[in-house]
Design a protein around this ligand. Structure first.
Ligand code: FE2
Length: 134
């Protein structure tokens, strides 16, 4: 089982690799606002657990397992952003709120939130009514 912190690292490594083909220790440290030494330590752990290919002085790469998991984490993040946006949460709060809750929901809850977002997207009137108080 990946811990919330492991999920954060895998998510960020995935985003850097997708965005520019490489995830350097310094990139990941910057996006998570942690020290490079923390990234190195976590990279070794993720390497042992089969998510990351870590070679000192080279960037971080993802194994197939790490890549697939990263993709799933990013999808979950995006879906939760969509959920908060559609229910009318202020834009300024969305990213931080998602980072706060995303690691603490079961995949079962995610499936139901996904169904809810889809239902709300089909029902513009409902969304309008929901957001009419603000
Ligand atoms: Fe996230």
């Amino acid at each position: 089982m990946a811990t919330p912190s492991m999920e954060d690292y895998i998510e960020q490594i995935y985003l850097h690799i997708e965005g520019k083909g490489v995830a350097r220790v310094s990139d990941v440290a910057e996006s998570l606002a942690v020290l490079p030494s923390s990234v190195t330590k976590m990279a070794q752990r993720l390497h042992r657990e089969g998510y990351v290919i870590y070679e000192r002085y080279k960037g971080l790469a993802l194994t197939d397992r790490g890549y697939n998991f990263g993709k799933r984490l990013v999808k979950r993040h995006e879906l939760l952003e969509q959920f908060l946006r559609i229910i009318g949460v202020d834009e300024v709060n969305i990213y931080g709120d998602v980072e706060g809750i995303e690691h603490h929901l079961s995949w079962n809850a995610m499936d139901r939130i996904t169904a809810l977002v889809e239902a709300m997207e089909q029902d513009k009137e409902f969304v309008k009514k929901l957001n009419s108080d603000q």
